[in-house]
Design a protein around this ligand. Structure first.
Ligand SMILES: Cc1cc2nc3c(=O)[nH]c(=O)nc-3n(C[C@H](O)[C@H](O)[C@H](O)COP(=O)(O)OP(=O)(O)OC[C@H]3O[C@@H](n4cnc5c(N)ncnc54)[C@H](O)[C@@H]3O)c2cc1C
Length: 482
């Protein structure tokens, strides 16, 4: 039976990296959980075996449920009913399979119901889910918003929300507004403290929110009356059970139709402050977006791999001039380049994930006890490496994924332009990169700007008619030499 993990020796290779020993040591705190949870690992080998088991389950679900459902999800998409977003029927089946497989809140500590997985392993799961269906990966991987709530929320909020995410409730990050896209400092959604209700009330509009009708939202809102910049913004937790937020519209998009992109109206929606006021954008959203960047890098590797798999399969099947087309040097060369890009990109992705794991684990330990001088130095070293590598991993991989999707279409000749072949879905799936920049090239530019303290480019271009951005549509794909 197909399995996206067992069938991919590369993932197994990256899991066995020597730095994993240090990551497991930090993540498992000398295997302290073994006395409380019978499923907690007792040593390094046991922890690695646990990771392999989760990867194996995910490999099975992705290959045998999510991937086979992906075409139907793409065709059906979500729809709107009385202010609520309804998923495509096969998306519900995917969500169910992930719940049964225990694939929610996987990075969270066991005391909240999580699996305590390192980010490196979470990124591997993300890569596989994206390979199977990039749209569904958007919904599933938003569970990583819980990392931000864990990091900045108080213990009461952790106890309230994390177990729900571990049980399968979904999340979203509500940042963008009609007049605040790249420029999040302009966010206007208003948060007013109500003495009567003993909480904040949110009023305003958010747009382009992936999985916007989720159960638990992290919301960027203006809490400081009279302010106009980022220093007046705070982060809030909105719980759908409280009511007050409706979906006004679901965007009609170029691709990843299974992933609902919603416009939301907030009318006196009750919300809790997460962390401190005024730090919403400058601290918490920055952390949220760093984790999203790594998620996009993983998604890109998954999409790039799938494009390669489809192209390789087709090149081995299709015959012209009485030969398989893979035997033509031009085709073989294109496939080799695709493979090289996946290998380079995957290596960068998991190296980055390991850096993030080490410094995040040390930061978490620091919440329990002061770090030793050696640990402090280690934390600083890996935090700096993660800062430098994260935008590179995202920028390079999204660029490579785009190139691979394009080349996969090229290798399919005229068939690449026909909807019944899967490779077109890969190219449309790249729309996901719009979330942090309309085009992978824009993404690289944006990352460069971000690193210089500036802003990032837009994604609106990928909504509406798919006419202008993708000039590949006007190419003669069958004759494309590359
Ligand atoms: C499918 C999809 C899913 C999304 N999911 C989410 C989500 O879950 N949550 C969320 O909050 N948001 C989400 N977004 C919104 C996304 O984050 C924004 O599209 C993005 O931040 C850019 O904003 P904008 O589209 O308003 O573009 P704009 O900011 O209007 O940009 C338009 C153009 O101007 C350029 N530009 C803007 N500023 C600069 C600058 N300083 N220097 C150079 N060029 C600049 C951009 O490069 C771009 O080409 C999603 C968007 C899409 C399309």
């Amino acid at each position: 039976m197909a399995n996206y993990y067992n069938d991919n020796p590369n993932l197994q290779f990256y899991l066995d990296h020597p730095l994993m020993k240090r990551i497991v040591e930090l993540k498992e705190r000398n295997f302290a959980d073994k006395d409380t949870y019978d499923y907690a690992p007792v040593d390094y080998e046991d922890a690695m075996e646990n990771y392999r088991r989760v990867l194996d389950i995910t490999g099975d679900i992705t290959a045998n449920i999510i991937e086979p459902n992906s075409e139907s999800v793409d065709l059906e998409g979500p729809h709107l009913e009385n202010g609520r977003m309804i998923y495509a029927s096969k998306t519900v089946e995917n969500l169910d399979a992930c719940t049964k497989g225990g694939l929610w809140g996987v990075s969270m500590p066991r005391r909240y119901g999580g699996l305590n997985l390192p980010i490196t392993v979470f990124s591997m799961l993300s890569e596989m889910v994206a390979s199977a269906d990039a749209g569904f990966q958007n919904i599933w991987s938003l569970q990583s918003c819980i990392d931000t709530l864990y990091e900045f929320g108080n213990e009461e909020q952790r106890m309230k929300y994390i177990p729900r995410v571990c049980a399968g409730e979904t999340m979203s990050m509500d940042l963008t507004e009609p007049d605040a896209g790249s420029d999040l400092q302009s966010v206007m959604l208003k948060a007013t403290y109500s003495e009567k209700d003993g909480c904040y009330l949110l009023n305003g509009v958010k747009r382009f929110i992936t999985n916007g009708d989720s159960d638990i939202h992290l919301v960027l809102a203006r809490s400081e009356e009279g302010t106009k910049d980022g220093r007046g913004l705070s982060m809030f937790i909105y719980d759908k059970r409280q009511g007050g937020v409706n979906v006004r519209h679901i965007e009609h998009k170029l691709g990843i139709h299974g992933s609902p992109t919603c416009e939301l109206t907030y009318k006196n929606a009750k919300a809790e402050l997460c962390g401190e006021t005024r730090l919403g954008l400058i601290k918490y959203v920055m952390a949220l977006m760093n984790s999203a960047r790594l998620g996009i890098a993983a998604q890109s590797v998954g999409l790039g791999q799938e494009a390669y798999n489809e192209a390789l399969k087709y090149a081995n099947e299709r015959q012209q001039f009485h030969k398989k087309i893979i035997e033509f040097p031009a085709v073989y060369d294109m496939l080799s380049r695709m493979k090289a890009k996946i290998d380079a990109g995957r290596s960068l992705l998991y190296q980055t994930a390991r850096y993030v794991d080490i410094y995040k684990c040390l930061e978490d330990i620091q919440r329990e006890r002061p770090l030793t001088p050696e640990e402090r130095a280690e934390c600083k070293k890996y935090s700096r490496l993660a800062d430098a590598f994260t935008p590179l991993a995202k920028g390079m991989n999204s660029e490579y994924a785009n190139q691979n999707a394009y080349d996969a279409i090229s290798i399919h000749g005229g068939s690449g332009f026909i909807m019944e072949y899967k490779c077109q879905r890969g190219l449309r799936g790249l729309e996901t990169f719009a979330e942090h920049g309309a085009h992978p090239r824009g993404t690289l530019r944006a990352e460069h700007q971000l690193r210089q303290g500036r802003q990032q480019p837009g994604g609106s271009g990928l909504l509406g008619p798919p006419s202008l951005r993708h000039d590949w549509r006007h190419h003669d794909v069958a004759a494309h030499p590359r």
